[in-house]
Structures are given as structure tokens and as C-alpha cells.
Design a protein around this ligand. Structure first.
Ligand SMILES: *Cc1c(COP(=O)(O)O)cnc(C)c1O
Length: 449
């Protein structure tokens, strides 16, 4: 089934899979096995060297995983994909396939916190510098940062918690002028709300742990290749793809053409590091994908309704949701996210950390939890958890104040969610005024002394 022939709602149910040939199972079977038997000596040899189709070992070759990767690649408009054990593994593998010690990668500064620690810690320690630059810096500034050793530009469609939607076409232009691929983490948008390849991205990554699987039950990740980046035009930048192997084998570009990067990622990087997704998890991700558009429509509608309600609460000092007309990212969201601006709603309570504590402790329906994209609504005080390892100044620099709360808005009745928020926002207001009274009492004590 080809992308152009059917609508998204149809492809999320059918693309990349067929009826199982052996028993006619309608659903894609879970191939729970470590390996696959060879028919003969020659067959084993051929499967290993890639001249005979078929699987060899389940570290990179599981048919259940391959079916899910085909479906996600279809939904994103890519030529193929690779499933990984988590979103973090997808990011780590993709960059590992492109860089070597001494290399440099550019990234927009507003990113998922785990990605920033991966970049700073593990890549930093290997001698790979991943330089974070403000997305608001000028084109000139971005161009000046490109070095001969720069191997990629990394960004996210909707960075959280601030929802500072990225101008993907601008960064595709900057990357391509520099001769490097644009890699986009599209986790928060999902291919239903935005398809970065249509805006110039070369490689798309997801944490499928979030909205794609959608039920908070499994971790997973995927790397999708657009097949459009011309590696061959960059002969010295990506020798692992463009030069013959040490044993004289033709280059990946020569052997696999548009599939060069994806084949290298699967047959070298993923094989070497081994972050394999269990096929049971792949099966559950596939079940999630089949209702993606339906869930996202509801996620987005609930998010907008709650963001609008929060905006009108007296002790809520700001709301970051790009679906709000007042958001500085509204116009960009209209362009890149016409079906909705995602399902992360971040807001600031007056009264700082004491208000945040009262808010979190008053929630009854909403889960106090770190995660995104669950059918359940989740709330977290990121300053004491996800961003707890940063200094107060570092938190402020990324827009996280002591009163900042992040919601991952789920699929419950919006009326019930609002009731839970009402109670918690009222508790936060009471805690804030209590803290104010205490502060003024201690001020009096100071001036009396
Ligand atoms: C969760 C998340 C990741 C990491 O994914 P895991 O599956 O938790 O490893 C990466 N990027 C974004 C935007 C995420 O939300």
C-alpha cells in the first residue's frame, strides 16, 4: 500500500502489514524468537552477507519490528525505519552513525532534558561536541557555527515544556546550505499533527513510548529515513557511507543508494550497540498506532480547552500552549500544526514552589508522574524532578520558574479534568496566600528587631 493512495486514517491501520502467509492471522504476529533457521549452508551465508533476503538474528532482524517500522515510515513519508528499545536509543544510535571523536553537531537549545544530558554526558565524554544554539539566533549566527567537522543539525518539532514550536523549514535550509542533514525529534507532534519530511527534514525520530503507543505501557523508539539526503555529495564528511570499507567492499552509498544511511544504521550501529525493541512491545506500539489520529484529535481538543481555562485563573500567571491565540508561537503552530498544537500544557502558578507543592498534592484524578502521551492525564513539577539537577539560574534560563507545572493532557472527560484542576489551583492559591502572610510576618519581625 503506497502513501499517496490512501488517507492517514487508513494507513495507520493498514500500511506496512499484510495478512500472515502461514496461518492467515489478521494481526501482525509477534515473532518471539532469538534467531531464524537457515535453509542451507548457502542460505546462511547469503543472509549474513545480505545477498539473500531473510532474517538471521533478532537483534536487528525481527519481522514484527520491521512491520511496525514500515508503518511508521509510511505515516511520516519516509523510505524506511528502524525500531529501537527507546526514544533515547533512537537518538543515540542516529548520532552515533554520523559522528566520530572530534566531531561537532548543532542543535537547537530547547530540547527534551534527557536528550540534553545524553549530548552533554555520553557524547561529550566520547569527544563529540553537541553545541546548543538558541533557535532565535539569526541565520548568520547559525551559519557561523558550522565547522568542517559538523555532521548534523538536530531539533524537535514541539520542544517541551515550553512548547516553543520550531520553524522546521528554516532549519532545513540552514542544514542543507551547510551540507548536513536535519534530524527532527517529532515525538510531541506525532506524524498526525506534523510530518517533518514534508518540511525538509532528512531523518525523523520518535519516542514511541509517548503518543504513538499512547497507553503508557511500553517504551520504544524509531528512526525514519526520508532517503533524500545526498550523502554522496559530501564525500569527506561521511566516509563511513561514501568510502569503500577497509576490506575493499564498495561503499554503503554505492551498494544501497537512498537506503545507505538506514542500512548503515541497522547493519552497523544497531548491530554493534544492540538496543533491540522486544517484539511484544512492537506489537503493542502497532495497536497504539491504529488509533493515533482519533486519540490525537481528542488530546488536542482537551489540551486547548484546559489551556483556555487555565489562562483565566487568577493565580495562574502564564500558560504555554501554542494553540492559544496569545502564544508567541501561535502563527507558527497554525502553519506547522494545523490539526492542533500537541497535548503538553505548561503553566505557572503564582506563589512559587509552595503553590506548586499544594497543587500537585491536591490532584486526585490526574496522575503525578513523569511521562508524556498517555491516555491518562499526567502532571509534574519539572523544577524538582526532570530539571531538578539544574541550578535555579539554569532553570530560569529555560523558562522554568518555581511555580511551573507541566501537564500531559489525556483523553478523560474534559469536565472531570477541569474539576481536578479547579481543586488543585484553589489549593495552590491558598498555599500562596499563606506563604505571603508568613513572609510579611517575618518581615515585620525583622523590622521590629
Ligand atoms: C520521552 C522523549 C524522549 C526519550 O524517549 P524514551 O522513549 O523515554 O527513551 C526523546 N524525545 C522526546 C521529545 C521525548 O518526549
Amino acid at each position: 500500500m503506497s502513501s499517496s493512495e490512501f488517507d492517514f486514517d487508513t494507513r495507520q491501520i493498514h500500511a506496512g502489514t499484510g495478512v500472515d502467509a502461514e496461518f492467515g492471522s489478521r494481526l501482525t504476529p509477534i515473532y518471539q524468537t532469538a534467531g531464524f533457521v537457515f535453509d542451507s549452508f548457502a542460505d546462511g551465508q547469503g543472509r549474513f552477507d545480505g545477498t539473500v533476503p531473510g532474517q538471521a538474528y533478532a537483534r536487528t532482524d525481527n519481522p514484527t519490528n520491521a512491520a511496525v517500522a514500515r508503518r511508521l515510515a509510511d505515516l511520516e513519508g519516509g523510505i524506511g525505519g528502524l525500531l529501537t528499545a527507546s526514544g533515547t536509543a533512537a537518538i543515540a544510535l542516529t548520532l552515533n552513525a554520523l559522528v566520530t571523536a572530534g566531531d561537532h553537531v548543532l542543535a537547537t537549545a530547547s530540547l527534551y532534558e534527557g536528550t540534553k544530558t545524553l549530548f552533554a554526558n555520553s557524547f561529550g565524554r566520547q569527544g563529540v561536541e553537541i553545541e546548543l544554539v538558541s533557535a532565535d539566533a539569526s541565520d548568520d549566527e547559525w551559519r557561523r557555527r558550522v565547522r568542517p567537522t559538523t555532521k548534523a543539525l538536530f531539533t524537535e518539532t514541539i520542544p517541551n515544556p515550553k512548547n516553543d514550536v520550531v520553524d522546521l523549514e528554516r532549519f532545513a535550509g540552514i542544514a542543507h546550505a551547510a551540507g548536513i542533514p536535519l534530524i527532527v525529534d517529532n515525538t510531541v507532534a506525532t506524524p498526525y499533527l506534523n510530518r517533518p519530511i514534508e518540511h525538509g527534514a532528512d531523518i525523523v525520530i520518535h519516542s514511541t513510548s509517548k503518543w504513538i503507543s499512547g497507553h503508557g505501557a511500553v517504551l520504544g523508539g524509531v528512526v525514519i529515513d526520508s532517503g533524500s539526503f545526498d550523502w554522496a555529495s559530501q564525500e569527506t564528511r561521511y566516509p563511513q557511507l561514501t568510502l569503500p570499507s577497509a576490506r575493499g567492499r564498495a561503499s554503503f552509498v554505492e551498494r544501497f543508494g537512498r537506503f545507505a544511511f538506514l542500512t548503515y544504521l541497522r547493519s552497523v550501529t544497531a548491530l554493534d550497540y544492540g538496543p533491540t525493541l522486544p517484539p511484544t512491545s512492537a506489537f503493542m506500539i502497532l495497536q497504539g498506532i491504529e488509533t493515533l489520529s482519533l486519540r490525537m484529535d481528542r488530546h488536542v481538543a482537551n489540551s486547548l480547552a484546559l489551556a483556555q481555562w487555565l489562562e483565566h485563573q487568577e493565580n495562574v500567571t502564564s500558560v504555554d500552549y501554542p494553540g492559544l491565540v496569545q502564544s508567541p508561537y501561535y502563527a507558527r503552530a497554525q502553519k506547522y500544526l494545523p490539526k492542533g498544537a500537541g497535548a503538553v500544557v505548561t503553566f505557572e502558578l503564582a506563589g512559587g514552589v509552595e503553590a506548586a507543592r499544594a497543587f500537585i498534592d491536591s490532584l486526585q484524578l490526574i496522575s503525578k508522574m513523569t511521562h508524556l502521551g498517555d491516555v491518562r492525564t499526567l502532571a509534574i513539577h519539572t523544577g524538582s524532578t526532570i530539571h531538578g539537577h539544574l541550578t535555579e539560574e539554569e532553570r530560569l534560563a529555560i523558562g522554568i520558574t518555581p511555580g511551573t507545572i507541566r501537564l500531559s493532557v489525556g483523553l478523560e472527560s474534559v469536565r472531570d479534568l477541569r474539576h481536578d484542576l479547579e481543586r488543585a489551583v484553589a489549593a495552590a492559591a491558598a498555599a500562596a496566600s499563606e506563604a505571603e502572610v508568613e513572609a510579611s510576618l517575618s518581615d515585620e519581625a525583622v523590622s521590629a528587631a
